[in-house]
Write a protein that binds this ligand. Structure first.
Ligand SMILES: CNc1ncnc2c1ncn2[C@@H]1O[C@H](/C=C/CNC(=O)c2cc(-c3ccc(F)cc3)cc(O)c2O)[C@@H](O)[C@H]1O
Ligand SMILES: [Mg+2]
Length: 214
């Protein structure tokens, strides 16, 4: 019955990171993934690009698809303005349980609403469940073949406004070809690729920033 990798990652955070210090939690996870066990967090290199775009958008309401262990949730939430909040969706209860504790250790749980369930079911409920009008920022990092259907669902549910920024991880590796083709060819988006590397490796990967034009 041993532990899982997310549980070992959490143990490293609780052992080495300073409670209430998001930067310390981020650094501990990056160190764990670089020197102990690789894990599919957005990582430090792409994380800096994520940070710069979150800071530029300065979102009041952010949405994250695919919490996993909460690494990017912490990166996003630590940069939110006062009163800002990040809603993050995760359908694996074991991952959600780890993420809650990582987010709590960082001390930013008051800025985060982690919702357990599949994005396809939860996105249509965002308005009624959480009083969301529209999202200012969306980070896509869940199953890669779900980026496109969920982007379209966000449009259909009226959850995007003129200027909403969608930021997608892994558009090269593992790759999200249908999503890329859509946002790069749709007149409703202004899209730009940020070249980087797959977390903790030298393999090419990157983030696609797509601004919804309304
Ligand atoms: C479909 N709707 C959904 N609703 C809610 N949560 C969902 C979800 N889909 C997936 N999830 C959750 O998101 C997470 C899934 C993320 C999928 N990510 C990847 O596959 C991924 C994979 C790699 C990767 C790259 C190279 C390689 F060799 C091996 C892996 C790198 C990454 O940065 C990745 O993000 C899990 O926590 C899962 O339970
Ligand atoms: Mg990813």
């Amino acid at each position: 019955t041993g532990s899982t990798r997310p549980q070992r990652l959490l143990r490293a955070v609780q052992k080495k990171a300073t409670q209430g210090d998001p930067q310390s939690v981020i650094a501990t996870i990056d160190d764990f993934c670089r020197h102990s066990e690789w894990a599919m967090n957005v990582g430090d290199e792409k994380g800096l690009i994520l940070d710069s775009i979150v800071s530029e958008v300065n979102p009041s309401t952010a949405l994250e698809l695919g919490t996993y262990c909460g690494y990017s949730t912490v990166r996003i939430a630590r940069l939110l303005p006062p009163g800002g909040r990040c809603i993050t969706l995760e359908f694996n209860p074991a991952y959600a349980a780890v993420a809650r504790q990582v987010i709590a250790w960082a001390g930013i749980q008051d800025k985060v609403q982690l919702v357990e369930g599949p994005s396809g079911d939860l996105i249509p409920q965002m308005k009624e469940l959480f009083g969301v009008q529209t999202f200012d920022f969306v980070f896509l990092d869940h199953w890669k073949d779900r980026y496109l259907p969920d982007a379209k669902l966000l449009e259909e549910c009226g959850l995007l406004r003129e200027g909403t920024v969608l930021l997608a991880d892994n558009v090269i590796c593992p790759g999200t070809p249908e999503y890329l083709q859509y946002v790069r060819n749709s007149p409703r988006y202004e899209s730009r690729y940020f070249k980087s590397h797959l977390e903790y490796t030298k393999v090419e990967d990157g983030l696609e920033k797509s601004v919804f034009l309304g």
